[in-house]
Design a protein around this ligand. Structure first.
Ligand code: C2E
Ligand code: MG
Ligand code: MG
Length: 738
């Protein structure tokens, strides 16, 4: 636009010069000077602002200003030239016409980028021009006026086309700049992203961009790379790969992407995600690699996997893994397998008495021996629980499985020399189940091997058993029994407590009565405690049952005329949990029975399991003033150490010795020995199961202080229950005879 002013001025001065002698001076010099002043001011103003980038508002204001100025200038210059027209000769007048026509064309060109101003200038100057010259009546001027009118129309057409293009160009440039800015922002963001990103030229496989994170990460593993981190851009990615050909093939086709890979680079693991960068037209611009060093994560994952699948102590497969492998192996057709379920006998004792460090070492040794016995590649060993192991092996028939079980038992039963303990010995029981005979699923096979193991344990431990159908029937019967007992306990139906007298051999007087639980089932009649107590113990129902007996016994004892003690059996399972003292106390408090009238009977097994905790419970009971008796002495472990571990008030010699004492000298000797120990310790000794006078005489002779048995009375219901029990028995007889 500034170019417009020099054109205007030179033309103006040229016109002024040709009229200098004809027109007044204010017209030929005064007005051109004024024009020059305005034009120069305007040009200077432009010059000053040439480097200022106006805001859109400023630009808009400036354009409005220019519009207004264009009107003023157009009017001023047109007015001046028309004022000059009357002066001078025909040449001079033609000069005026020429001046107006040529400057307006030049101005329109110069104002091309401000269409409104250009339009106004065109309308004002050409309007005046055409009107003025047409009115002169001079054919030449009329021709010029027509000519100018036509030219103006053409000019306006050109102007609007150019202006449209110009506007488009400006918009395009603005858009381009906006895009550029957005791109720069994006690039900046990518550079600062915590993810390492690189892009690769698809033809040359050279890295053409690597963000800052990439470079920083690369620096940390520079020692493992054939290049420097700062040389990353421009490097061909072939240097990172052992088989560049494969990589090239993969990355050259976007159809292969996205592609994830893990690369091991020395000691580091790198995770790589490659995606395709596509152009707006769908063309493949090249692969983008985002990557991270995941060495730590991989290590942790591996550790978690190891922990999840293998036993940390022995390194053997854990239960989950063993089960999985078992299922896998069973799934292979024509591939019979056997499962040997192994449980250590006496491990708990070692673990509790010698400490868990010794226990752990022992378990590791057991695992070692198992691995030695089962060293076949086809075999698999798992640790399924605390002291439970299992072996999965190809099946060669029952006999071979039994031989393997025998070898395992023999290996485990050999003495162990441990770090801190000179010699330890344990045993093992094994249950065996085979496919397809005993099951075709891992779950069934394991369950049946477990049943066989249970049978092996019941058969006296240190032995193996092959699963048989009766075992399953027995297990199912136990489950049914448990459900019935649960129901009976909840409904408080059919459960009674019977009492059997315990008699002093010297005075023949009753010293105590033992409370013995009884259960009558409406369909199955009387069920022996020898049958349902073990079920209650295993199912956890024993706590409820024990509480029932304790409460009933305490209340019943208060009704007795003779004020003798009541003896209540406490199961091993109830002891050692720290709960029994409060249960006993609650029974005493709620019944009002004196603690000195209560005696609890515990068997040796209670002391075998958690000796320390069991004894702590017994001490507390003793602290309440309750007496404690050791029941069934002579069966099981019969360790004299137990007599030393806790000062029992009474030892009850198991009925089996009493029964055989008359025939077998060894049994008599046990009775005698226990009686003597009792005498020495000042402890009462009771002979259980005395049925005959001969047995009574013998027991008295051997030194037992008290006896209990059918001779002096079988267990009988309390006075309160007598009638109900009698009715139950009568109806049972009726049913039997019917
Ligand atoms: P135990 O504590 O040794 O009880 C003595 C068992 O011998 C009782 O068997 C009793 O009926 C029986 N008996 C008594 N005199 C004679 C006799 O002269 N000859 C023979 N052959 N047996 C005699 P029962 O009542 O069947 O109880 C068996 C076992 O069940 C008990 O042995 C005891 O360990 C357990 N038991 C019974 N009641 C309870 C209870 O309330 N709680 C707990 N935890 N165990 C109980
Ligand atoms: Mg007893
Ligand atoms: Mg007993």
């Amino acid at each position: 636009m500034p170019m417009m002013y020099p054109i205007l001025l030179t033309s103006t001065w040229a016109l002024a010069a040709t009229h200098l002698h004809d027109a007044p001076l204010w017209m030929t010099v005064g007005i051109p000077l004024l024009f020059t002043l305005v034009a120069v001011t305007r040009v200077v103003y432009w010059w000053k602002l040439r480097d200022v980038d106006p805001s859109p508002q400023e630009a808009h204001r400036a354009l409005l200003r220019t519009n207004r100025l264009a009107i003023v200038i157009a009017v001023a210059f047109t007015g001046w030239s028309l004022l000059l027209f009357p002066y001078g000769d025909a040449y001079s007048r033609s000069h005026v016409a020429f001046y107006m026509a040529i400057t307006v064309i030049a101005c329109i060109f110069c104002l091309m980028h401000l269409r409104s101003a250009a339009l106004m200038v065109t309308v004002i100057v050409n309007g005046a021009f055409i009107a003025f010259f047409a009115s002169t009546g001079e054919p030449t001027f009329i021709a010029i006026a027509i000519n100018i009118a036509l030219v103006s129309i053409a000019m306006l057409a050109i102007l609007s086309i150019n202006y449209r293009d110009f506007a488009r160009m400006v918009n395009a440039r603005t858009e381009a700049r906006r895009k550029e800015e957005a791109q720069a922002r994006l690039l900046h963001m990518i550079d600062d992203m915590p993810v390492a990103v690189m892009t690769v030229e698809p033809e040359t496989f050279r890295i053409n961009y690597a963000n800052e994170t990439s470079k920083t990460l690369m620096r940390s593993i520079e020692h493992l790379l054939p290049i420097k981190a700062d040389e990353l851009v421009g490097t061909c990615i072939d240097v990172f790969h052992k088989h560049p050909e494969h990589q090239r093939r993969l990355l050259s086709d976007p159809a292969n992407l996205p592609h994830n890979a893990r690369i091991t680079l020395g000691s580091e693991v790198i995770e790589l995600k490659v995606s395709a960068v596509m152009g707006a037209d769908g063309s493949y611009l090249g692969p983008m690699l985002s990557w991270a060093i995941v060495t730590k994560e991989v290590e942790i994952q591996a550790r978690i996997r190891q922990l999840a699948h293998y036993d940390a102590l022995t390194g053997l497969a854990n239960r989950i893994t063993f089960r999985e492998r078992l299922e896998e192996r069973i799934a292979i057709p024509g591939n019979p397998v056997e499962v040997l379920f192994i449980d250590l006998d006496g491990f708990k004792l070692v673990n509790d008495s010698k400490g868990h460090r010794v226990g752990d070492e022992l378990l590791r040794k057991v695992a070692q021996r198992l691995c030695e016995v089962c060293d076949d590649d086809e075999m698999m060993i798992g640790r399924l629980g605390g002291d439970e192991f299992a072996v999965l092996a190809p099946c060669d028939g029952a006999a071979a499985a039994e031989q393997l079980a025998a070898r395992i038992i023999k290996a485990i039963s050999a003495p162990y020399a441990l770090e801190h303990v000179h010699q330890v010995q344990i045993g093992a029981s094994v249950g065996i189940a085979l496919t397809p005979m005993h099951g075709v699923s891992g779950e069934a096979l394991l369950a049946r091997a477990d049943m066989a193991l249970y049978a092996a344990k019941a058969a006296g431990k240190g032995t193996y058993r092959l699963f048989s159908e009766e075992m399953e029937a027995r297990v199912q019967e136990r489950v049914r029994l448990e459900a019935r007992l649960h129901a009976a306990l909840q409904a408080n139906e059919g459960l009674f407590v019977f009492y059997q007298p315990i008699v002093d051999v010297q005075t023949n007087r009753i010293t105590a009565r033992e409370a013995l639980v009884r259960w009558h089932h409406p369909e199955h009649g009387w069920i022996s405690p020898r049958e349902f107590i073990p079920v209650a113990e295993q199912s956890g129902l024993i706590d409820l049952l024990g509480e029932f007996v304790l409460n009933r016994a305490c209340r019943d004892a208060l009704e007795w005329q003779d004020d003798v003690r009541v003896a209540v059996n406490i199961s091993a399972v109830q002891l050692g949990k720290g709960t029994i003292p409060s249960v006993v106390l609650a029974a005493l408090v709620s019944s009002g029975l004196s603690p000195s009238r209560l005696e609890v009977e515990v068997t040796e097994t209670a002391l075998l399991e958690d000796e320390r905790d069991a004894i702590a419970d017994l001490r507390q009971l003793r602290g309440l003033g309750v007496r404690v008796a050791l029941d069934d002495f002579g069966t099981g472990y019969s360790s004299l150490a137990h007599l030393r571990a806790f000062p029992f008030d009474k030892i009850k010699i198991d009925g089996s010795f009493v029964r055989d004492a008359l025939r077998r000298p060894d049994c008599a000797a046990v009775v005698r020995a226990v009686a003597q120990i009792g005498k020495r310790l000042g402890v009462t000794t009771v002979a259980e199961g005395v049925e005959t006078e001969a047995q009574l005489r013998r027991m008295r002779k051997e030194g037992c202080t008290e006896v209990q048995g059918f001779l002096h009375g079988a267990p009988k219901p309390s006075a309160r229950d007598a009638a109900i029990v009698e009715e139950l028995n009568r109806s049972a007889v009726r049913r039997a005879t019917a």
